[in-house]
Design a protein. Structure first.
Length: 375
């Protein structure tokens, strides 16, 4: 069975998808290495040590890219978080997380048998992480058990806020708590160096931000924790337990490798992407919408409060789906069907001309439904 993806030539502003679009090299890799286990042609027992294809070299360069001693390829950001939490887990263990954390942070903690204590954000309209509140959260965590890890989301997937990592690291390290930085939305888009930021672990997502087909992700760490997190099986000496021996033993890894040069280059022009995002914010707000999250914004993930669209949805036959229909007609993909109270979109690597078409589309849609003026 062949299934066509009907939206593949649309203007894509789906935050989940703008950073995961494949490079031409990666597309070619899909066919070349698509057969099952083909990456294992010359394996001697450890995926990360394979020389042909050059996975070992890639993993070394990846560690360098992340500003870490050691890197591992995982199935995604969540698998990296789970590996670390599972390795550090203890009875009555607690993880401290910012309240903008992704659901996978909570689920990872749950799977690892850890309790979660949250650090509140500032609420509407900016929803900022208050770095100092990590102090209280760690104190609360210590009342409830032993704090084994803090997780900071950088940025979060709801507002695209980038908290002050160094401030959080200082608070956590002073209290003997290690920090994992969740960079699903940043590694591969902007420069992230774990050593410069002072964090103990960093995770990234290949399909979210590294121009790869998933599932694939990255984990960076340092020698001190490698013995624990990358411990080997007692029975199978070259198999790392947390990876169940080998992680991404297939073509997603080859797309990650194929796009790596491109990704290393594109993080250098991140400032341009941020400028473009802020230009879009200004234009979009002039239509009567309001950006949620940090202002000025420092990321391409944009969340707008869109009361005007919600008002329309209340009086049209298709309800909330009217917006999706109208955007589809204009070959624009990425706003969640049914959603109108607030919408999320990303400008990442979307050409300005296409973004202008998106702005025009929203302008037209607002006009069309105001002209009809139904009660
Ligand atoms: C998308 C996302 C994830 C999940 O990434 P996977 O690689 O699919 O596990 C985790 N955290 C944040 C903040 C995200 O936006």
């Amino acid at each position: 069975m062949f299934v066509e993806r009907k939206v593949k030539d649309f203007i894509n502003i789906d935050p989940l998808q703008t950073g995961g679009r494949l490079t031409e090299d990666a597309k070619r890799m899909l066919l070349e290495w698509g057969d099952g286990y083909s990456v294992c042609d010359f394996c001697t027992g450890d995926l990360h040590a394979i020389k042909n294809p050059p996975i070992a070299d890639f993993v070394e360069e990846l560690a360098n890219f992340l500003g870490c001693d050691i890197a591992r390829v995982t199935h995604g950001a969540r698998e990296g978080k789970f590996m670390v939490m599972h390795s550090l887990a203890k009875k009555d263990g607690v993880v401290v997380v910012d309240s903008n954390a992704h659901y996978t942070t909570y689920v990872s903690a749950e799977r690892a048998g850890l309790k979660v204590v949250e650090v509140e954000n500032t609420g509407y309209p900016e929803y900022k992480v208050v770095e100092e509140r990590f102090e209280d959260a760690i104190r609360e965590g210590k009342r409830r058990g032993e704090v084994v890890l803090a997780v900071l989301t950088y940025p979060d997937g709801n507002y695209g806020n980038l908290p002050n990592v160094k401030a959080v690291v200082e608070i956590c390290h002073d209290r003997g708590v290690s920090v994992l930085l969740n960079c699903a939305y940043s590694v591969g888009r902007m420069k992230v160096k774990a050593d410069e930021l002072g964090v103990d672990f960093v995770v990234g997502s290949g399909h979210k931000s590294m121009a790869s087909s998933g599932p694939v992700g990255v984990l960076g760490l340092f020698e001190d924790y490698a013995k624990l997190v990358l411990r080997r099986s007692e029975r199978f000496k070259n198999k790392e337990v947390e990876l169940l021996g080998c992680s991404v033993r297939g073509v997603p890894l080859m797309t990650l490798m194929a796009s790596f040069d491109h990704v290393r280059e594109r993080v250098k022009v991140w400032d341009e992407e941020v400028k473009k995002a802020n230009w879009f914010v200004k234009e979009f707000e002039s239509l009567g919408f309001e950006l949620l999250g940090e202002k000025p914004h420092r990321h391409d993930l944009l969340h707008f409060k869109t009361d005007k669209l919600y008002e329309i949805s209340k009086r049209v036959k298709r309800g909330g789906y009217f917006l999706y229909d109208e955007l589809k007609k204009r070959r624009i993909h990425g706003v969640k069907p049914g959603r109108t109270k607030s919408i999320k979109l990303s400008t990442y690597m979307v050409p300005r001309d296409d973004l202008k078409k998106v702005l025009e589309a929203f302008e037209e849609i607002l006009e069309k439904y105001s002209a009809k003026g139904s009660p």
